[in-house]
Design a protein around this ligand. Structure first.
Ligand code: PHE
Length: 386
């Protein structure tokens, strides 16, 4: 009898050891998520913020046990806000790292070519911040099944800017400066022009430049001559810094207005003083979810003097996009991009930057904020709901 009990007992011990071993193996299974961001190139603050926001979301999920019992492993690649490096980075993370999920890119001109690849290779992509219409839809207007974004789109952003210029700034005339070779800049310039004209404003001039230009004196001479009430410059901060500084030197006093591309710790606030821009989020938003996000981010990321870093829109949207991706994996219940994309399309997620639910084109409907560069600070002006 005792012998029998001993046998049963040892079988139980062995069984439980085996179970633990299997359990251990299951818990150590990993799921990779790639973060494609411009860590080098023309706009590195975009990349650093995006990476840091995304990594924070992954850390939080891992601290709670990961997703579906798997540890989430980030794979970070530098896609430089440009088509070729973005394509190389996407192919590398998919083919070599065997990633099934991509957060990125920031810039529309990089997210669009990545979207072509992921929809061929059946990998889920969510861009935190790419606002151009063509990121999520094909030329024929059909939706790209594997591509999503966490931000509003430029037809909305351009309209918000135009309406604010007309009704709040009382601008009657505007001059538009834009980089024709940049999908985001061109698309936003077009959206602004359309809405500004529809609202009764007049576009008194329109000039293009390229992303490589550094001397804007010829086009600024035309701006000076046209004397517009407002100059619309929907480019990234690196170009805004150059153009706004050169406009100041020329004695141009009309305010500049732009879009989310102005959002950078490296925006030249002296040159851009008095300017306005549309954006996704303001840290001056009093909603509790925003205030607790500031605390979490600031506790993890400090500047060289040990001061808490205030997350910008890029960090915030990367955090939201990453949470959304992982929540979709959890909802799908399986590490399978074909299932996760369907779960994502049906998801409702309460993010720091607002609630995200997808329309048929994988665009969330979200509010914009208007910010002003005032006395060297970025000041919240108002929010505009769609
Ligand atoms: N919306 C920009 C694009 O599509 C990217 C961007 C978003 C840049 C937010 C700065 C802040 O290219």
């Amino acid at each position: 009898m005792i012998k029998r009990l001993l046998v049963v007992f040892s079988i139980m011990i062995i069984a439980s050891m085996l179970l633990t071993a299997c359990g251990g193996a299951a818990a150590s299974k990993e799921i990779k998520i790639a973060i494609l961001a411009p860590l080098s190139g023309a706009v590195p603050t975009f990349g650093v913020s995006t990476r840091d926001g995304a990594l924070l979301a992954i850390d939080e999920w891992n601290a709670k046990g990961g997703v579906l019992g798997m540890k989430i492993v980030p794979v970070v690649a530098d896609s430089q806000c440009a088509a070729d490096p973005a394509v190389n980075a996407a192919n590398k993370v998919i083919d070599q790292d065997e990633v099934g999920y991509i957060i990125g890119e920031v810039c529309s001109s990089a997210s669009i070519p990545i979207s072509e690849i992921v929809n061929q290779k059946m990998v889920v992509q969510i861009s935190p911040t790419s606002t151009n219409l063509n990121v999520t839809i094909n030329a024929d207007g059909s939706v790209k099944p594997y591509t999503f974004r966490a931000c509003f789109i430029d037809p909305f952003q351009g309209t918000v800017g135009a309406k604010f210029a007309l009704s709040d700034l009382k601008a009657k005339t505007a001059f538009v400066l834009y980089d024709q070779g940049n999908d985001y800049v061109r698309g936003l310039a077009e959206a602004f022009e359309e809405a500004f004209t529809a609202g009764g404003g007049e576009i008194v001039g329109k000039e293009t430049y390229t992303g490589q230009d550094t001397d804007f004196s010829a086009i600024l001479a035309k701006v000076a001559e046209a004397k517009p009430d407002l100059i619309y410059l929907p480019d990234y901060y690196n170009i805004v810094n150059l153009v706004a500084a050169q406009a100041k030197e020329k004695g141009i006093v009309a305010p500049f207005m732009g879009g989310d591309g102005w959002d950078s710790a490296d925006l030249d606030r002296v040159a851009a003083e008095g300017g306005y821009f549309t954006n996704h989020y303001s840290e001056q938003d009093t909603r509790p979810i925003v205030q607790s996000w500031l605390g979490t981010y600031g506790a993890k990321y400090k500047d060289a003097d040990g001061k808490a870093i205030v997350p910008d829109a890029l960090a915030t949207l990367a955090y939201d996009a990453t949470n959304l991706m992982i929540a979709a994996i959890e909802k799908a219940g399986v590490d399978d991009p074909t299932k996760v994309k369907d779960a994502m399309a049906a998801l409702q997620w309460e993010g720091v930057s607002g609630t995200i639910t997808y329309d048929a084109n994988h665009n969330p409907i979200k509010s914009a904020v208007i910010l002003q560069v005032k006395d060297g600070n970025i000041t919240y002006v108002t929010s505009v709901a769609p």
